[in-house]
Write a protein of this length. Structure first.
Length: 118
């Protein structure tokens, strides 16, 4: 498990390398760099209240993170194209101790407050 992970869209309309660039800027590891090869289990481990993994979430290209998260509420495992929505849902529904380890970034790379409040 890496000490910090980078989440968000892998590519956006303006940047085909959005997540890779974001991971480089934050020093976090994106899914391609997670050693276990199973990104859903890595994210579930990071969302465990006992975990110390720092989560960096890039909101670039996400107009409505709350609505996107809601679209995957209750889904155990995402299907193709729903990965970022599922990540958001997992964080939204995680305990406050997990949400406190998430740093949110806007499209300019600035740290912003959680789209879920709190």
């Amino acid at each position: 498990m890496p000490p910090s992970i980078a989440l968000g869209f892998a590519e956006t309309a303006d940047n085909p390398f959005a997540l890779a660039d974001f991971a480089d800027r934050t020093g976090a590891k994106m899914y391609r760099d997670w050693s276990d090869g199973n990104w859903t289990s890595t994210l579930k481990e990071a969302n465990d209240p006992k975990s110390t993994v720092q989560i960096h979430f890039n909101l670039e290209g996400i107009d409505d993170p709350v609505g996107l998260a809601r679209s995957m509420d209750g889904v155990a495992s995402p299907s193709g194209g729903d990965y970022t929505a599922w990540e958001l849902s997992q964080i939204k529904n995680a305990p406050a101790s997990v949400q406190a380890r998430v740093t949110w970034y806007d499209e300019y790379g600035d740290v912003v407050s959680s789209p879920f409040g709190g």
